[in-house]
Design a protein around this ligand. Sequence first.
Ligand SMILES: Nc1ncnc2c1ncn2[C@@H]1O[C@H](COP(=O)(O)OP(=O)(O)OP(=O)(O)O)[C@@H](O)[C@H]1O
Ligand SMILES: [Mg+2]
Length: 264
Amino acid sequence: MIPLLEISDLVKAFRGVRAVDGASFAVQAGSITGLIGPNGSGKSTAIDCISGFQRADAGRVHLDGTAIDGLPPQRIARAGLTRTFQDVRVYDTYTVLENLLVVAKPFATTNWADAFLRTQKFRETHGQAEARALDLIDLVGLTRLTHAPALILSYGQKKLLAFAAAMMSNPSIVVLDEPVAGVNPTRVNEVAEIVRAANRGGTTFLIIEHNVDFITSLCDHVIVFDRGRKLTEGPPAEVHRDPLVLDAYLGVEPGHEPHLARAG
Ligand SMILES: Nc1ncnc2c1ncn2[C@@H]1O[C@H](COP(=O)(O)OP(=O)(O)OP(=O)(O)O)[C@@H](O)[C@H]1O
Ligand SMILES: [Mg+2]
């Protein structure tokens, strides 16, 4: 079976320091896969390279068997891989709805002439995009704020909006970089439910998160990063007990895990 996403020997250095140092891992189609590891272990940098926001120094990335490394982010999104950012990114001056419609634009099959002449095709495409956007806004609980500018949203609400934006193009795989950091505990469970629902609908997820409970309850498989490469992988309950993993995080005995954030 070909994995949906396959990363081989990925390298990315900043001024000679290897943030990603020969990472190889795979994400199976239909899975909710976790990507965990200590601060600075290269998780976000790896995702930046995979999604085209950074250019890797070396390595290959295949999406559904096709090489996507070296492509710009928009081409990779069109190929079916979208992502959110750890430092949440939304268009502050756009409304919640506009934030989703602007994402849909490059995916539309209409062109500027259709838009200018407001052809039937344009109206249909626009109508479909708006219907999907409204569904997603409802799904993440932001309906009340549909026409509000994104700048008035709280940090947690912006995370939810960014999540909806990543889902807008109906991607085959979504990479979430710390989706529940700064989101209140009640909402954390809701985010987990949204991910599960989307996963049942066929979307594969790769989720970076420090929240152990979130990862354990949601993921069927977890990849552990340390010093820019995969340290180990396996079912969440097992990797969290793995002495190698505890050592990578903490360098202390099991049972004394001060840095592992737990959901409240
Ligand atoms: N643009 C950059 N310029 C220089 N160094 C960078 C840059 N981006 C990341 N790094 C360095 O690369 C290393 C890996 O960082 P990265 O953000 O990928 O880690 P992470 O695993 O996502 O950590 P965290 O869990 O804290 O988000 C760090 O040492 C970081 O300082
Ligand atoms: Mg990070």
